[in-house]
Write a protein that binds this ligand. Structure first.
Ligand code: KG4
Ligand code: ZN
Length: 370
């Protein structure tokens, strides 16, 4: 544990001790707080999910999400501190998601983080949500180090990235339309499955035959690393409608398994391309869809075939959480320092905005050391 009696500015003690970062995440429908030591050791992670509230609407209602975050954010922070066995006075920095996400939801976390950082006299660091997902892997695997390839597959993103170093990203490909998780959710909804659709569709697919229906795999001409899932989504919806018009019964487990196989094939195809080009030792998987067993198995096989290892976080760190934000925040703080307390939420924030080019931003000393 950190020495909480150490005087700030005491160079030796600061270098030797752990830096405790309180993470706050409210970008969508989970209110989350966590305490992480020196970017790598998880002391607590608390997630208050709003899934039950939004389920009746079949998706996230932004206004309701914001109000729920307001109610939950301080109790969730208190719980994260209590579970970590620390108090606010022990916290060295507050890391918070500034985007991408729902603007009203982001503003709640950002406002709470500003208040906490100001009151405690500690730096606040703003974290890109997608960078947070990448860092779930550094948290889950304490000895993992760049360079590596990371595929983030969530409800809002499908990004294939070379992680050249901490904070240094080269974006190879992304989705041109729907994110992988979005495709899971939309297809699941059309099949009458409950929100959120991804886990429900996976459960149904387990009983189905993935070879029952052959859906066409997409290919994006301009950039072979890019993804596209809207054609597949439409094909599944059309399949269901046609069967309905003809009065035919659809084998839903087969349909779910065949759709899931098509998604896995597309992800695996792009990862294989990256493996051939960059020959990394490690491929990391992150985001909510990374908790899908078929996705993990499919990508593991591809990585292995190219002499690499696939790593992924446990399911609790795949879906939205604040531990990944605290971990990414620690590294960002070490490299670039704190954010201004006037920082604003950026609902359309892009990972490319924080991807430092190679060779820029060495390990900066913290707290004004020379
Ligand atoms: O990372 P996340 O919690 O939030 C975003 O940043 O979007 O990801 C949520 C997404 C949803 O689309 C959800 O359906 C999907 O991840 N998901 C899954 C599974 N668990 C969550 N998709 C497929 N299989 C799963 N087991
Ligand atoms: Zn997310």
């Amino acid at each position: 544990m950190r020495a909480s009696t150490a005087a700030a500015g005491d160079r030796e003690t600061l270098e030797a001790r752990d830096v405790l970062v309180l993470g706050v995440e409210t970008s969508c429908d989970e209110t989350a707080a966590a305490v992480v030591a020196s970017g790598r050791r998880l002391l607590s992670s608390v997630v208050a999910s709003q899934i039950e509230t939004h389920r009746v609407y079949g998706g996230v209602v932004p206004e309701i999400a914001s109000r729920k975050h307001v109610e939950a954010v301080i109790p969730v922070v208190d719980k994260a501190l209590a579970e970590a066995g620390v108090s606010l006075a022990d916290i060295d920095a507050v890391a918070v998601t500034y985007g991408p996400g729902l603007v009203g939801a982001l503003l709640v976390g950002l406002s709470a983080a500003k208040g906490l950082a100001y009151a405690c006299g500690v730096p606040m660091v703003c974290v890109n949500h997608v960078e947070g997902h990448i860092y779930a892997n550094f948290l889950a695997h304490p000895h993992l180090e760049p360079p590596l390839i990371c595929l983030t597959v969530s409800g809002g993103h499908t990004d294939l990235v070379v992680v050249e170093g901490h904070g240094r990203y080269r974006i190879l490909g992304r989705t041109r339309d729907d994110a992988a998780g979005e495709a899971f959710d939309k297809v699941a909804r059309t099949m009458g499955l409950p929100y959120p659709g991804g886990p429900a569709l996976e459960r149904l697919a387990i009983q189905g035959d993935a070879n029952a229906i052959r859906f066409t795999r997409s290919r994006v001409e301009e950039n072979p690393f890019d993804f596209s899932f809207s054609g597949l989504k439409t094909a599944v919806i059309n399949y269901l409608r046609r069967a309905e018009q003809r009065g035919e019964e659809v084998n839903l487990p087969d349909l779910a398994a065949s759709f899931q196989r098509a998604v896995v094939d597309e992800l695996a195809d792009r990862v294989a391309l990256a493996l051939r080009q960059f020959k990394p030792d490690t491929v990391a998987l992150s985001g909510g869809v990374a908790s899908n067993r078929a996705v993990r198995d499919g990508l593991s096989a591809v990585a292995e075939a190219h002499g690499a290892t696939l790593v992924f976080p446990p399911p609790s760190l795949c879906t939205d959480n604040a531990a990944m934000i605290a971990s990414a925040g620690y590294y960002r703080l070490m490299r670039s320092g704190a954010c201004e307390l006037s920082a604003n939420a950026m609902p359309g924030a892009d990972l490319a905005d924080v991807a430092e080019p190679s060779g820029v931003g060495g390990e900066k000393p913290w707290r004004g050391e020379d």
